[in-house]
Design a protein around this ligand. Sequence first.
Ligand code: TZD
Ligand code: CA
Length: 529
Amino acid sequence: MPSVHSVSYSILRQQGLDIVFGNPGSNELPFLKDFPEDFRYVLGLHEGVVVGMADGYALASGKSVLVNLHAAAGTGNAMGALTNAWYSHSPLVITAGQQARSMIGVESMLANVDAPSLPRPLVKWSYEPSCPEDVPRALSQAIHMASLPARGPVYLSIPHDDWQCEVGEEASLLPPRDVHHAGAPSDTQIDALAEHLDQADNPVLVLGPEVDAERANALAIELAERLCMEVWIAPSASRCPFPNRHACFRGVLPAAISGISEQLAGHDLILVIGAPVFRYHQYAPGRYLPDGAHLIHVTSDAQEAARAPMGNALVGDIRAVLEALLPKLAQSDRTMPDPLPIPSPANSGEIGRLSPESVFDVLNDRVPDDVIYVKESTSTVTAFWQRVEMRHPGSYFFPAAGGLGFGLPAAVGVQLASPDRRVIAVIGDGSANYAISALWSAARYNVPVIFIILKNETYGALRWFSKMLDAESAPGIDVPGLDFCALARGYGVEANHVETRQKFEEALSQALDASCPMLIEVPTTTIEP
Ligand SMILES: Cc1ncc(Cn2c(C)c(CCOP(=O)(O)OP(=O)(O)O)sc2=O)c(N)n1
Ligand SMILES: [Ca+2]
């Protein structure tokens, strides 16, 4: 009779989950025993790094990813990273080792008490099988739950004495299961959407991360050009779904209720595709919509559609909606928007410090055009979108819940999933500390990420927020005295400290020629977000 262990690895193999991001404890060793040759294990030294790497890998590859954590303590450490994976709809299959079944109730050491409750509400589904024989079926359910829309992380707690148990022959029906979503809209739905667009005098397109996740970028471009629409990126952008030098591109919407209405004033139809409505951030109350505007929301996430505070929504496969919609739309006779002006070259900064804008100018001039950026420096987001061109799908990743500690590990995961493209992580000196041990994983597996640390010695974004919230006297906003070169070398990553544009250009060129991870620490001036 096959074992839980052998059937579970068959399910993982046939469903394509052959890479495991993890950090083990004794509860996990019976799962990791006899680890198959055709599987890969990627160790993170902290569970926030483990989930961050897995999130980056899933975002870049579009594949479901297996995560293996240690009981409650490991799951707890992962929760910060899980906030990002939840809001980025990352299909992570998170497993956690549980104490032996007979020792859970007595709450022995390493017992994950009430395990399924621990990761909620940041998972789609959370379960601990009631008997060993159910583990393979539960693992199969977890895999399919993670990848069916709306995609997202799931959690499975598995007692360590289950793995060697025998299961019935029927379990062999699980590995080959092919479970797919068919979410095409009806003709009636598409005709109604096309009519709204045809009747609109000045429609505008707002695009979100799901457009990039579903590789619907080219369809979005075709729609914008067909109707000569201005295109905004939905607020709190975690991906880049539309080329930011395209004539229709207008920028990233502010993450503020009043700010969005002001920005979209004059449009009578707002078509939002692949984003929540909306991911507000700063509290700036006002009208949800500009006068005379109607909003239509297209998403695969029923929860996003249901919780929006206004507008109509169509829930389905966004690629299928765009593919069905485009043939229904005639070329508009509106004038195409003019492209935004390209910012003039930035000043370099001051003695000993570069301006972030000049760092971005150098990146934009020197890196391959299919580079992938992983960004986590909150105060420099606007300047980055203005100065760095992003034209290909999968070119930009930012923590989807703003949970810091995403950038360093996610960059490792993105690079593992994208061996043919260079990955550059642009990380603030505050953010870099939350998952700094990701540098060890980059060195351990020789993952050639270029880590750029923007060192303004403060939580720049909080400086701005403290002014907004009249809390400028708040303590705990400065982070002086950090030496990221020493930290990087301590984890096995080569590092350079540069203080001039020329030295940064030289260090960047050296890193681009290298086939190993490298870190560049750049003292920078502080800018307003
Ligand atoms: C896990 C976690 N802790 C704290 C914060 C709060 N926070 C913090 C601490 C920020 C400062 C980021 O500083 P940085 O150096 O990374 O980037 P900037 O200096 O460019 O803002 S932005 C922000 O929302 C957070 N978002 N996530
Ligand atoms: Ca900073």
